[in-house]
Design a protein around this ligand. Structure first.
Ligand SMILES: [Zn+2]
Length: 217
């Protein structure tokens, strides 16, 4: 199937991309640049990971999100509800996916895939399954039934995604290690923000070593 896969430079979308590719789909890889504090770091990873990458510039309202403004402190340590909420960017995935549907229709693709997973559900309303279903219905209705939106990892935890990547073999393990998760957006992951902590826990739980010595234990 020909489809648009929305990637960030992060872990979930990398495994999604490689898994779809292994399934034999014809992928158009699209990334959104939307003014977050970790945009540049994610972009570095994305350009290294995806040779054919379409980058789309969006201007999103920040809504006081810690992800968008250096004036709002990034939550550190393991996420809880209030700290994760401070990283929500208003309707971000809704805007990106709507654009991706338009793009898919324009290039004759039948699917839009994105990497929402079970760990995102609690706080991010635009990562929940009900949202994906509703958006997919809107996409079908708005494209003469031509484009469907799917989030194949919607029921998986981040650790399950790391395991899925490891099952794709060593090339994917090495590619996972090159993805960027940290919301702080420096030259190296900060190791203390909620997303760094979540990533470390997911790799540990999956039994996969992250970083330059990446391998499957
Ligand atoms: Zn970090």
């Amino acid at each position: 199937v020909r489809g648009v896969v929305v990637v960030s430079g992060g872990l979930d979308s990398l495994v999604l991309h490689d898994w779809l590719q292994a399934e034999g789909h014809d992928l158009i890889t699209v990334r959104f640049h939307y003014g977050s504090r970790h945009d540049a770091a994610e972009a570095r990873s994305a350009h290294e990971l995806y040779p054919y990458l379409t980058t789309v510039d969006l201007m999103l309202p920040s809504g006081g999100s810690a992800l968008m403004s250096k004036d709002v402190p990034l939550p550190e340590g393991r996420y809880d509800d209030p700290s994760m909420r401070s990283t929500v960017v208003p309707f971000r995935n809704g805007v990106m996916l709507a654009f991706a549907v338009a793009y898919a229709e324009a290039v004759g693709a039948q699917r839009v895939w994105y990497g929402a997973h079970a760990g995102d559900h609690a706080i991010y309303p635009d990562c929940r399954r009900g949202f994906v279903r509703a958006l997919s219905r809107a996409a079908r209705l708005g494209t003469y039934g031509k484009v469907v939106v799917e989030a194949p990892f919607a029921r998986m935890t981040k650790a399950a995604i790391v395991r899925a990547g490891a099952r794709l073999g060593r090339p994917c393990v090495l590619r996972m290690a090159k993805t960027w998760s940290c919301y702080a957006g420096g030259d190296r992951p900060c190791g203390v923000c909620g997303t760094c902590v979540e990533r470390d826990e997911a790799f540990a739980e999956a039994g996969v070593v992250d970083g330059p010595l990446a391998h499957y234990v």
